[in-house]
Write a protein that binds this ligand. Structure first.
Ligand SMILES: Cc1cc2nc3c(=O)[nH]c(=O)nc-3n(C[C@H](O)[C@H](O)[C@H](O)COP(=O)(O)OP(=O)(O)OC[C@H]3O[C@@H](n4cnc5c(N)ncnc54)[C@H](O)[C@@H]3O)c2cc1C
Length: 490
């Protein structure tokens, strides 16, 4: 069959086939018979497409089909993309069929689980989106292991696990998909004790770029690659089996605020943050959030009362303007406070480097603060990592390369439809350039930005060449290809 490389041709052909692609998931017996009888006849593009779309496992939609836009919509309204076709998959077989279909047609593929990619890497202009929205099941394998399909959101995951008093270490925003967060690493309140989300993965079902289905287990090279480098690079994970951990009995949140900051005070607060967070036990998480001239400092704990935390609370109580000391609360209720907005919004978020300590940013912080203090809107945040994320066993088993850095920084900017974001986006880039020029070049794969220079090294560090070998083995024809997917070696 001739390859149809141009989107226009591809869509035209689908239209010629007279197909409203949003077929009911089950083809009738008559349809199946017709398709089978056609098999032996001479093939033409139209009949091949007709055959391909009659499946119990996947439903294809083109732009004019009703739920197309809704299915394609990602969380970031500022990063729209227009695929030629969406393959709405019901199961692993459906994903395999959709991949074979795209391969035959010569169109590139992107995968969507929760749709929360900052750069909307789960959609693709003129290509095929493999949409996993209907694959969100959670099933207990035994008392401690759980199987989760990729488009299950974190809210749905917590709803299923917490009544059984179990957790997996992951983020807290309700709408984020298990698929993307796990395959890029995944951190949150529980990571310092239990490792990243990917570290809790025991087994996955994976469909490679030829449509072949693999059961991948711990210790295999492909599993190493999927833990931190799996999102959208060389295939589709259709099911994860996770090890779960006991859910803590309670959760406490402390919050501190400091207003009308100038540079010396902001720097002093930051130094104090690095000094005290270094000593915190693994049950604690902290975030230093600078929004224009206001600092909001969050410290959470689900372990017992401890001296390092008390010292930090005391230190910040003395230097902040507003102090809210929390008391232990029910975990499920507390987590719900962090689910956040789940409908699409306009924003630009990105990793702003991994830090070892204050020294990492000492040479750039004056310039960074000048920009953050210039105009309301930019948020500069530093989160704690460390603890068990840096466990050597986890390190050996995954390609995630930044374990030894105990802090991850991020930049955020949100705006509404009516606002022109260009000035603040320029400031955003200015900060990224300052950090880069000062040697801050390691970035979190799950907080991507198209603006990163040397993105291969930034996300994957020394793991990159090994990931290229995986790419060659599972996606030799570069089916999964967009701005920042692992490249085949030249
Ligand atoms: C509001 C918000 C809060 C966040 N909070 C956190 C946090 O607390 N901790 C944290 O670590 N991260 C956090 N993130 C980042 C988050 O981890 C990433 O955006 C993640 O990639 C989203 O996953 P998704 O499935 O929702 O997104 P998608 O957009 O569906 O996918 C993201 C990427 O993964 C690929 N992908 C998705 N599913 C599969 C699959 N099954 N097989 C292969 N590739 C796949 C996609 O192609 C895309 O490249 C947050 C993001 C947002 C927007």
């Amino acid at each position: 069959m001739t390859q149809i490389n141009k989107r226009r041709d591809f869509v035209k052909l689908l239209a010629v086939a007279g197909l409203s692609l949003y077929l009911p998931a089950c083809a009738s017996d008559e349809q199946k018979k017709q398709a089978a009888s056609k098999k032996n006849k001479e093939k033409d593009p139209v009949s091949e497409i007709e055959e391909a779309i009659k499946s119990n496992n996947v439903t294809y939609l083109k732009k004019s089909d009703e739920p197309f836009d809704e299915l394609n919509q990602g969380f970031n309204l500022a990063a729209g993309k227009a695929p030629a076709l969406i393959a709405l998959c019901l199961n692993t077989q459906g994903v395999s069929e959709a991949i074979m279909f795209a391969r035959k047609e010569g169109v590139k593929v992107a995968v969507k689980s929760g749709g929360h990619s900052f750069e909307n890497f789960s959609s693709i202009d003129d290509g095929l989106q493999i949409n996993l929205s209907l694959m969100n099941e959670v099933k207990w394998v035994d008392q401690t292991a759980v199987s989760i399909q990729p488009s299950c959101t974190l809210r749905e995951m917590y709803d299923a696990l917490l009544p059984n008093n179990r957790i997996i270490p992951t983020g807290s925003c309700g709408g984020v998909g298990v698929g993307g967060i796990t395959l890029g690493g995944g951190y949150g309140f529980f990571a310092r004790k239990y490792g990243l989300t990917c570290d809790a993965v025991k087994e996955v079902t994976f469909v490679d770029a030829t449509g072949e289905i693999h059961q991948v287990k711990r210790g295999e090279e492909l599993m190493w690659a999927l833990k931190g480098g799996g999102n959208g690079n060389f295939g589709v994970v259709t099911e994860f089996t996770f090890k779960t951990h006991p859910a803590p009995e309670s959760f406490t949140r402390h919050r501190f605020k400091a207003y009308k900051l100038d540079k010396p005070r902001a720097k002093e607060l930051m130094k104090t943050y690095f000094k005290y967070t270094k000593e915190l036990p693994e049950s604690c998480f902290a975030a230093f959030v600078l929004n224009y001239k206001t600092l909001v400092l969050l410290i959470t704990n689900y372990g017992p009362k401890n001296e390092a935390l008390d010292n930090m609370i005391k230190a910040f109580s003395e230097i902040c303007d507003d102090v809210s000391i929390g008391t232990p609360k029910n975990l499920a209720e507390s987590l719900r406070n962090y689910y956040g907005i789940e409908y699409p919004i306009y924003f630009k978020n990105a990793s702003a480097g991994y830090y070892e300590n204050y020294e990492t940013i000492a040479s750039s912080i004056d310039q960074v603060l000048d920009i953050v203090f210039r105009k309301r809107g930019l948020i500069y945040q530093i989160n704690t990592l460390g603890g068990n994320i840096n466990n050597p066993e986890f390190e050996n088993e995954s390609c995630y390369p930044h374990r030894s850095s105990p802090y991850l920084s991020e930049l955020q900017y949100y705006w509404d439809e009516k606002k022109d974001p260009s000035a603040l986006l320029k400031s955003f880039d200015e900060i990224q350039n300052i950090l880069y020029e000062n040697g801050i070049r390691k970035q979190y794969r799950n907080y991507p930005s198209l603006g990163f220079k040397d993105w291969e090294r930034a996300y994957f560090g020394d793991s990159y060449e090994r990931l290229q070998e995986i790419k060659k083995a599972y996606d030799p024809e570069n089916l999964f290809y967009q701005q920042q997917t692992v490249r085949l070696k030249k």
